[in-house]
Design a protein around this ligand. Structure first.
Ligand code: AMP
Length: 550
């Protein structure tokens, strides 16, 4: 049985070296000594997961539960713990520091194993409803009492999903390949197909990597599209007949239906079934067992609504009925990866699409709008049609292509219009977070409305460190009022911002907001009088023509 102490000390060594090759080497040597079960557990834990990817089960042990338990076993006050936490910004690291102070000791000290930890995590996940917090605390307490400080650190890092040891999933995949003498690309493909690194390690350890299969109710990674700039570029690249599909602006969703059961997964392979109960219910109408790919779009009266309408759904701030009434959705389906237990993803899109048409008949589900196209003119015409119906553009697909989970290649290309950029003036600034912490890097900006300036958005990033410094000096000089976290800035600094679309919004006094604004450049060459006007924002908004308002 693999000991948890050895797992923790291995990850400590991985953490303390900065070289990627060295990290891979340390992990692969460790993995080589484990059996299948432990290889699965160790790799999953090493990526900061207590459960399989796509599992709807979570241990649900938040910050406060963990702090409670630390308090309980160390006798420290919440304030003491919080001080140590603030020092590191990492609860696992904080636990490592305070755990030696524990006062209780279990009578019969039994070392933690990977198997025992995994079993305890499972029990924590299974515990639901009333009294479950107490049960979870009990489990965590018993583990922490048996744990050394370093073990405690890693137990908590897994529970908080904050591994922070510079070990991205790609490196774990490399380590699996190195540990068992396998081809890197083969391991990577298996990882993309299975969607869970623990399962990959198990198969690899067992020498059964080539037998990996898609399985219903377990998510696989999504196939991605590569951007191309123009219809000409697409036509010239392929020189043959293609499928031009409408590009929907919603949430990518994979739907699995097996007998009477349905599950829906997001692009991050999270279970989002509960956010879309009516889709899950309707999918029971499929006569066959299916694995579908498509896009969930906010939709009413034959037209797409703004993307914002979906946010409420995803955050599940409403009950089923309200959600249905407030943000109706439609699932546009464009691919079929499995049908009644048969894998189809390696077959050409042409065949998959035809089968999909047959399977979806009579279910009420819509297929993504698709038209054959070959020439640049045809593609351009379909692109314009898609835009004028309120969609984002096109995803153009090669009918001969297989479905390649998790890969972005030229089998699928996307064509979308970047709206014009806007020149805006900075009217406020805040200290940034994360990488930009402590630096004046988040700007509030405005367009001109006669003599006044009206706020239209906030943005960060896009600038180099040197540019952020340069701006910070100017912003400080232009500050009219500083209330600590927000500076009101005299409108003098002009920047150019790109964005995905313009939305109506009550948040800003312009009445509009840019979606996904990003700073393209500093426009020292422009004066505040020359920035874009509210009138132009209105025109751009209208020219999107599109989305009916919520
Ligand atoms: P982007 O988000 O701009 O990288 O574009 C790729 C995304 O477009 C995919 O991940 C899907 O969520 C979405 N999409 C919308 N319509 C389609 C379609 N017909 N085929 C494939 N992807 C689509």
């Amino acid at each position: 049985m693999g000991s948890f102490a050895e797992f923790a000390s291995t990850l400590e060594r991985v953490r303390s070296t900065s070289g990627k090759n060295e990290k891979v080497r340390i992990l692969s040597e460790y993995l080589r000594g484990l059996d299948e079960d432990d290889a699965e557990r160790a790799t999953r834990f090493a990526t900061g997961r207590a459960s399989q990817k796509g599992s709807s089960e979570e241990t649900q042990t938040g910050y406060s539960t963990i702090v409670d338990v630390i308090e309980d076993i160390t006798g420290l006050s919440p304030r003491d713990i919080s001080q140590v936490y603030v020092k590191y910004g990492d609860l696992g690291r904080a636990a490592e520091e305070v755990i030696p102070a524990k006062k209780e000791m279990t009578l019969f000290h039994e070392d933690l194993t990977l198997g025992a930890v995994s079993k305890t995590f499972d029990e924590m996940m299974q515990s639901k409803g009333k009294g479950s917090t107490l049960v979870k605390r009990g489990h965590l307490k018993s583990m922490l009492l048996r744990a050394s400080p370093v073990e405690a650190k890693y137990l908590i890092k897994i529970l908080t999903k904050e591994m922070r040891i510079g070990l991205v999933e790609g490196l774990v995949v490399e380590a699996i390949a190195a540990a068992y003498g396998l081809n890197m690309e083969a391991v990577r493909d298996a990882d993309l197909l299975l969607g869970d690194v623990g399962l990959v390690a198990r198969q690899a350890r067992a020498g059964k990597l080539s037998e990996v299969k898609l399985e219903l109710m377990r998510p696989t990674n999504f196939m991605l599209a590569e951007p191309m700039q123009t219809p000409e570029e697409i036509a010239t690249y392929y020189q043959r007949q293609l499928y031009a599909e409408v590009k929907y602006d919603g949430v990518r969703a994979q739907l699995h239906k097996k007998r009477g059961e349905v599950r829906i997964f997001s692009r991050r392979l999270e279970d989002i079934t509960a956010s879309f109960p009516e889709i899950a219910a309707a999918a029971k109408r499929f006569g066959d067992d299916v694995l579908l790919d498509g896009e969930i779009v906010p939709f009413r009266d034959g037209r797409p609504l703004t993307f914002q309408m979906l946010q409420r759904r995803l955050r599940r701030i409403e009950g089923f009925e309200e959600a249905q009434a407030n943000s109706p959705v439609r699932y546009f389906v464009f691919d079929l990866l499995m049908l009644d237990g048969v894998e189809l993803y390696r077959r050409p899109l042409r065949e998959r699409r035809e089968l999909l048409g047959r399977v979806a008949e009579g279910t009420g589900f819509s297929l993504a709008e698709m038209s054959p196209a070959e020439t640049a003119e045809e593609i351009a015409r379909l692109f314009r049609a898609s835009r004028s119906e309120g969609y984002e553009g096109l995803v153009v697909k090669d009918p001969e292509s297989p479905y390649t989970p998790g890969r972005r290649g030229k089998w699928w290309v996307k064509l979308k219009e970047e709206l014009d950029t806007l020149d805006v003036v900075i009217v406020g600034a805040e200290l940034g977070h994360g990488k930009r912490a402590g630096r004046l890097s988040d700007y509030t900006f405005a367009v001109r409305d006669g003599a006044a300036f009206r706020v239209i958005g906030k943005a960060y990033s896009g600038l180099t460190d040197a540019e952020i410094e340069e701006m910070a000096v100017k912003i400080k000089a232009a500050t009219i009022h500083d209330d600590g976290y927000y500076r009101t800035v005299d409108p003098e600094l002009v920047i150019e911002v790109a964005f995905d679309s313009i939305q109506k919004s009550a948040r800003h006094d312009s009445g509009f907001a840019l979606r996904f604004p990003r700073i393209k450049s500093i426009r020292n060459d422009k004066t505040p009088e020359q920035v874009d006007t509210l009138e132009r924002v209105r025109e751009l908004y209208e020219s999107q023509k599109v989305r009916s308002e919520p």
